[in-house]
Design a protein around this ligand. Structure first.
Ligand code: DAK
Length: 259
């Protein structure tokens, strides 16, 4: 079925897919259907051998202004439990292909959390990041208190979560939340430039490196180092390791196959 609230550009550039959130009138508010469509698209692209990097964007006004408040407003705790939206978010967390968020305008609440689920964030100068859930009587529920705090530290995370203040792209860059800030007309171009650099690497090594970096968030240093070592050894079983090292010796560009 054709998705209603997202657009999938499968080979936007060689080896790069582009998924665009597309509920512009509601500033890409993340309703349940949108999140399910996004999960299905990302899983499909993750299984596609030709896709090495996924760029996720909204539009110029909004990456996403959060979960859909109208859809949540009347819900009880039991409704929330039965809907189990977390399984959708958990499935996105398991995507092995690197994801780059290209953010312009609002990335708020669940929108900021979705950007933080991506592996890198490129922002337009107009981007605004925030966790304003406190203003509507709740708190972040999809990683905002955890991923934001790990990225920007306690002081700024507390301020954003307890006051709902939005931060600018420049502040987000300085705090270490995002990778780069560019003029609005260039933010997608910059995301694709970064994606193209990653897409040139061995897709196997990229996935294993992503997995190992993410492991740093939920392991001790010793466990993380152990995990890193396992993936490092494993890559010596790949054609890409042989090709990459031989190409260096031959002074030529490697041709990686992901095998
Ligand atoms: N939900 C629903 N509709 C939204 C929306 C949202 N989050 N954000 C904006 N809209 C709608 C507005 O209602 C308006 O619709 P109409 O009135 O035209 O029909 C349209 O988008 C344009 O918005 P505005 O007229 O308000 O536009 P402005 O430029 O004046 O203001 C704004 C832009 C982004 C500052 C403002 O719209 C705003 O404050 N929006 C709400 C931001 C917010 O509070 N976000 C956090 C929502 S709570 C979970 C996972 C995640 C979450 C929860 C659970 N699980 C896995 C269980 C996440 C929760 C949240 O994100």
């Amino acid at each position: 079925m054709t998705p209603e609230y997202i657009i999938i550009h499968q080979q936007a550039q060689p080896h790069i897919a582009h998924v665009q959130l597309n509920r512009p009138k509601e500033l890409n508010a993340l309703n349940l259907q949108l999140m399910q469509e996004l999960r299905d698209a990302l899983k499909m692209l993750d299984e596609d051998e030709n896709t090495r990097v996924i760029v996720l964007s909204g539009n110029e006004k909004a990456f996403a202004a959060g979960a859909d408040i109208r859809q949540m407003a009347g819900k009880t705790a039991i409704d929330m439990f039965n809907t189990d939206q977390f399984s959708t978010w958990d499935a996105i967390k398991k995507i092995k292909t690197p994801m780059i968020a290209a953010v312009s305008g609002f990335a708020l609440g669940g929108g900021c959390e979705l950007a933080m689920l991506c592996d890198m964030i490129v922002a337009s100068e107009t981007a605004r990041f925030g966790q304003p859930e406190i203003k509507i009587g709740v708190m972040p529920g999809a990683g905002g208190t955890q991923r934001l705090t790990r990225a920007v530290g306690k002081a700024l995370a507390m301020e954003m979560v307890l006051t709902g203040r939005f931060i600018t792209a420049a502040e987000a860059r300085q705090a270490g939340l995002i990778n780069s800030v560019v003029p609005q007309e260039l933010y997608l171009q910059e995301a694709f430039r970064l994606a193209a650099v990653v897409a040139e690497m061995s897709p196997l090594a990229v996935k294993m490196a992503k997995e190992a970096v993410l492991r740093a968030f939920d392991s001790t240093l010793e466990e993380g180092l152990h995990f890193e070592r396992k993936n490092f050894y494993l890559l010596f079983a790949s054609d890409d390791q042989k090709e990459g090292m031989q190409a260096f010796i031959d002074k030529r560009t490697p041709v990686f196959t992901g095998k």
